[in-house]
Design a protein around this ligand. Structure first.
Ligand code: C2E
Ligand code: MG
Ligand code: MG
Length: 752
């Protein structure tokens, strides 16, 4: 029943009184009173209802106000100019400002500068289309702090029918943060490890791709199942019960576990299981990570292979060889039998690499490996030390060293023969041989390193001999090598300590006039005395010391030329120095000579460089160019030891030579050996044909001198005239050259 207003009720009673019949006035009055009473009651009731309705309205208004003020959403009314006309408490607190201070301020002031354009555009769109519109942008509080907000805008009109905009504002920073964390978690979940998430009952809710790869199942095949799907028969029920009870108790389990792949195969995994708990300790999920240990084992094997095997030939490398050799020595001392260490080095392998390319070089090494496998016995171990060096360890040879040596030699010979067979590549034959050094061992009598050194020395000897041969380690040779080592160390100090000297051997013309000298190096060793160049020059070449030694010779010779320039008796002398092949080949050699000449002030035309035939064995063009460059400075060239090497005549013609020096081996037995006499004549004729001067070295006797002179040799050097002398003695010679006298040369010792 809807309440009627009291005035209406009264008016209706009065109308009824006026309409009463006049015949029964008393009854009518009673009835009327009664009815009036009823109306009064009814009126009271209606008043009550009205009051209750008013209360309800009041309550609703309160609720609305509470909701309005304290809702988690900021609520704004903006006028058409974008000013804040009204705002709830939450809105004011979100913007970090007192409500009173917000009114009449533009809402746009609180939009972060970079988002203001968007705000204006979106608001315009709301105003134009009259639609509700939501968008997200950054807001900036009065204190400068920022937050990400969602704005729900609704166009309305106010009581004066003016357009207003209602804006509901929500702080979404936390939501965005949570979304970002989820994204990160998603990426982390797709890691390389297998990952699986189950609910508290162990039912799989998620599995990553790595998990699928490991188990062979697709994600949709495992989701909804329990991890029991992966159970293999390798563990009993107790294992699984223990796993789950410790997981429930400790919230964690880890260990090796055999699981079964979808294909039925069991595989070992390393598994980690963790419980995910709420702050109050309730488990909501379990997260498992799995990694395949079978594959780890493969990786370990790969690492092992890389560390101990040569990648090209798959042979054990030096490290593994040392290890195996140690074991072989131990086995030898137990069995009392001998073993042998064979060092192999391919002869001229560098040339194969240079001429055919490294690819062919590699193929050859692989073929060498194949042949080695063919020749050596099952129990013998092969390895590659690097480059073209291989090692074979033979075990279980005879108990007597002589017998063992014969056995080792037999295997070594087989290896040598097998490797010497031509190699086929692209329809062509490549020839390559090997030199082999052998050291025998007998149990622990030798340390691994000593044995290595011995085999290396034997190999060195094989290389120094004819190549393509075997050599056994010989203790006498070791003593020589050790001496060499000491000598090499001393030689390193020789330049610094001023132990080097130049001796001068006169060179004469047909009229026995001294036209110059060859500077020959001597080393005055503090203990050994005068050491001959034949002993230490090869050592200097091998060790690289030749560069500093050669530099010293060049400098000393140039200083001498400069000194001689001041005396009429010496200023026309030509001084010849020997330049080793290695020194000549060194980049920057031309510049070095140029610098030394300039610094010394020596006249370049007084300097002659003596080079050996082997200088032209490789890179002849480069060498010729260098010679040309030096020749333009005024320097002359003589070809030393001519005839002893393998000079190509066609090539000789192109070299900027001034002189050929006939090797002394042809001169020494001229009188007795017809062959040599013929060679010497040919060499002289060749020199003349090429327009070169010819000098003979090692002329010891008058007879030799005479013979050479008769056959048109123009210059001479040798003991018949003078040996190589220290400078003062050589200079004395210039004043009074000896004629036809000769002091016999003392016999040579290896070091002096
Ligand atoms: P080489 O350049 O062929 O020098 C000639 C060698 O023959 C010298 O020996 C010389 O003393 C010797 N000789 C000269 N006349 C006679 C003779 O009538 N009878 C005999 N039996 N020998 C004679 P040396 O001084 O011992 O030099 C040996 C080699 O050492 C030289 O041979 C040369 O290749 C090298 N050499 C010497 N000095 C130097 C140097 O400064 N630098 C370089 N790189 N090598 C040098
Ligand atoms: Mg010489
Ligand atoms: Mg010579």
């Amino acid at each position: 029943m809807s309440p009627k207003p009291a005035d209406d009720l009264r008016r209706s009673a009065e109308i009824r009184l006026v309409q009463m019949p006049p015949t029964a006035p008393e009854i009518a009055a009673d009835e009327l009173l009664h009815e009036f009473h009823l109306y009064q009651i009814e009126l009271e009731m209606m008043n009550d209802e009205l009051r209750r309705a008013l209360i309800t309205i009041e309550e609703a208004r309160d609720r609305y106000l509470d909701l309005y003020e304290f809702a988690p959403v900021g609520y704004f009314t903006l006028n058409s100019a974008g000013m804040i006309a009204e705002v709830n408490l939450t809105g004011a607190s979100l913007l970090g400002e007192e409500r009173g201070l917000l009114l009449k301020r533009r809402f746009a002031q609180f939009i972060a500068p970079e988002d203001r354009d968007e705000w204006h555009q979106e608001i315009l769109r709301v105003a134009l289309h009259g639609d509700r519109k939501s968008f997200e942008l950054a807001l900036q509080r009065a204190d400068g702090s920022r937050f990400q907000a969602r704005l729900d805008c609704l166009p309305r009109t106010d009581s004066g029918n003016r357009p207003v905009l209602r804006v509901a504002l929500t702080d979404i920073s936390e939501r965005l943060l949570a979304e970002e964390e989820l994204r990160i978690a998603d990426i982390a979940f797709e890691s390389r490890e297998g990952m699986v998430v189950t609910d508290a009952q162990g039912i799989i809710v998620r599995a990553n791709q790595a998990f699928c790869r490991l188990t062979g199942y697709r994600a949709n095949e495992v989701v909804g199942n329990t991890l029991a799907l992966l159970k293999s028969e390798r563990h009993d029920e107790a294992f699984h019960q223990n796993l789950w009870s410790s997981l429930v108790r400790d919230g964690h389990w880890q260990g090796d576990i055999w699981n079964r792949h979808k294909n039925g195969k069991a595989y070992a995994e390393w598994m980690n299981l963790d419980a995910v708990k709420t702050p109050d300790g309730r488990t909501t999920h379990y997260v498992g990570t799995l990694s395949d240990i079978t594959r780890n084992d493969e990786a370990k094997a790969e690492i092992h292979r890389l560390a101990y095997y040569d990648p090209l030939t798959q042979l054990p490398n030096r490290r593994l060889l040392m290890d195996r050799l140690g074991q072989a020595l131990a086995a030898g001392s137990r069995s009392g039998r001998h073993g042998a260490l064979l060092f192999l080095d391919l002869d001229g392998f560098k040339n194969i690499n240079d001429n055919h390319g490294h690819g062919v070089g590699d193929l050859l090494l692989i073929e060498v490996t194949r042949r080695l496998h063919e020749v050596v016995r099952e129990g013998d171990s092969l390895s590659r030390l690097g480059g073209d060096e291989f090692v074979v360890v033979l075990e279980n040879l005879g108990a007597e060293s002589a017998e063992a040596a014969i056995q080792a030699e037999s295997v070594g010979e087989k290896v040598r023969e097998s490797l010497a067979r031509p190699y086929q590549h692209a329809g062509r034959e490549i020839h390559c041989t090997a030199s082999i050094g052998i050291a025998l061992f007998h149990g622990h009598d030798e340390a691994v390193e000593t044995l290595f050194k011995q085999a290396d020395l034997a190999l060195y000897q094989a290389k120094g001999a004819t190549k393509n041969c075997l050599r056994f380690f010989d203790p006498a040779m070791q003593a020589t090598m050790e001496e060499r080592g000491v000598l090499e160390k001393d030689l390193g100090m020789a330049v610094k300590r001023g132990q080097l000297q130049l001796h001068y051997q006169a060179q004469i013309d047909r009229s026995r006039r001294i036209i110059g000298a060859e500077a020959l190096l001597r080393w005055l060793h503090p203990k050994r005395g005068l050491v001959a160049p034949d002993v230490f020059i090869p050592l200097a070449e091998e060790s690289g010391l030749i560069h500093s030694i050669g530099h010293w010779v060049l400098k000393t010779a140039c200083a001498q030329i400069k000194a001689w320039a001041t005396h009429p008796a010496t200023r026309d002398l030509r001084l010849t120095i020997n330049v080793s092949t290695r020194q000549f080949r060194q980049p920057g050699f031309v510049d070095e000579v140029r610098r030394v000449l300039v610094n010394s002030g020596a006249n370049p035309s007084r300097l002659k460089l003596e080079v050996a035939e082997n200088l032209f064995a490789n890179n002849a063009t480069d060498i010729t160019n260098k010679m040309q460059e030096l020749k333009t400075l005024g320097i002359g060239f003589s070809m030393d030891d001519f005839g002893a090497g393998h000079s190509l005549l066609s090539y000789l013609k192109r070299l900027p030579l001034e002189q050929l020096k006939i090797d002394r081996s042809f001169v020494s037995n001229l009188a007795t050996d017809d062959n040599n006499a013929a060679i010497v004549q040919t060499l002289i004729a060749m020199g003349q044909a090429m327009g070169l001067k010819v000098i003979a070295e090692g002329v010891e006797t008058e007879a030799q001198l005479e013979y050479l002179d008769q056959h048109d040799c123009t210059h001479f050097q040798g003991d018949v005239f003078s040996q190589a002398l220290p400078l003062p003695e050589f200079e004395k010679l210039l004043d009074a050259p000896p004629r036809k006298t000769r002091t016999p040369r003392p016999p040579r010792s290896p070091t002096a």
